[in-house]
Design a protein around this ligand. Structure first.
Ligand code: SF4
Ligand code: SF4
Length: 283
């Protein structure tokens, strides 16, 4: 099974639309939405839910008040300021366990807490692993890893899994990228686009993942697009396509039309060209 991740240096570049189009073109493939902080691929895929379970991705300290002698040692050692006047603030607790270690009365213990929901669904293209991180929950990298494992299990017989990756460069991005066979980096011609591309490219290179680049909405700024092209040439990274700005894409999405209709748009046709190159890199 080959794994292709579609990602970007920041959100809002259109990577989910690109991922959905590539899924349509691949026709039979598993898919994983690793953008657990802001998942929206399900809005395009109209999946049928097969399984949903709580994901416990963090630990928090729990106190047995009856056993506490009030010595204050836990408050002294907590460098996250999560214990104040001997009361534990669950929103500040990072689950490091130091207070549990120093408590002479064994009044503290670590408990696993749910940080999100992990789901497996069926779509007309194949299995779809996705998740939702609870508001304010951290450890999104662990949830991304769980989504990828879920997709790998469910798609054992598929030749390809397409991952809609987390944007940025944090731990969720690393969890989306590491161990994949190929990364398609979606960028856009904005002032921060070059900087964001540079950051995500460095992450991909650090993890030994071959990266390709495509520019979305390239025609909104031909000058900045040319700058991105020069950057790719300088970095010896393949620029596999440029996608025009196309309001028809939004119409298809807003009206909940079949994904195949995305391919009929000008943007979709450009993505079809990108797919021809991407598939060569996958073989
Ligand atoms: S270290 Fe243990 S006994 Fe001391 S105040 Fe904290 S919880 Fe209570
Ligand atoms: S587990 Fe760590 S972060 Fe949480 S209260 Fe104890 S020392 Fe502070």
């Amino acid at each position: 099974m080959r794994q292709l991740v579609i990602t970007s240096g920041k959100g809002g570049t259109g990577k989910t639309t690109v991922a959905a189009c590539l899924l349509t073109l691949a026709w039979r493939a598993g898919i994983a939405d690793a953008d657990v902080d802001a998942p929206n691929l399900h809005l395009l895929l109209h999946p049928k839910l097969l399984d949903e379970r709580e994901f416990k991705g963090a630990k928090q300290v729990v106190k047995n008040e009856a056993a506490c002698s009030g010595c204050g040692k836990c408050e002294e050692v907590c460098r996250f300021g999560a214990i104040k006047d001997l009361a534990v603030d669950p929103f500040r607790c990072e689950g490091c366990g130091l207070c549990v270690y120093v408590c002479p009365e064994k009044a503290l213990r670590l408990e696993e807490v749910a940080t999100g929901t992990l789901m497996l669904s069926r779509t007309r293209y194949g299995h779809f692993a996705h998740a939702r991180l609870y508001i304010g929950a951290e450890a999104s990298g662990k949830l991304v890893t769980a989504v990828r494992r879920k997709a790998e299990e469910a798609c054992r017989d598929e030749e390809l899994v397409i991952i809609d990756g987390s944007p940025g460069i944090g731990c969720a991005v690393i969890a989306s990228l590491s161990g994949t066979d190929l990364a398609l980096l979606v960028t856009e011609p904005t002032v921060s686009g070059l900087h964001d591309l540079d950051r995500i490219l460095k992450v991909a290179q650090h993890f030994g993942v071959t990266a390709l680049v495509c520019i979305n909405k390239y025609d909104l700024s031909p000058e900045l697009s040319a700058e991105l092209e020069r950057y790719c040439a300088g970095e010896k990274v393949d620029l596999v396509g440029k996608i025009p700005f196309d309001p028809a894409v939004l119409d298809v999405i807003r009206q909940g039309m079949p994904l195949e209709d995305l391919l009929k748009t000008r943007a979709g046709q450009a993505i079809e060209g990108i797919w021809e190159t991407v598939r060569m890199f996958l073989h």
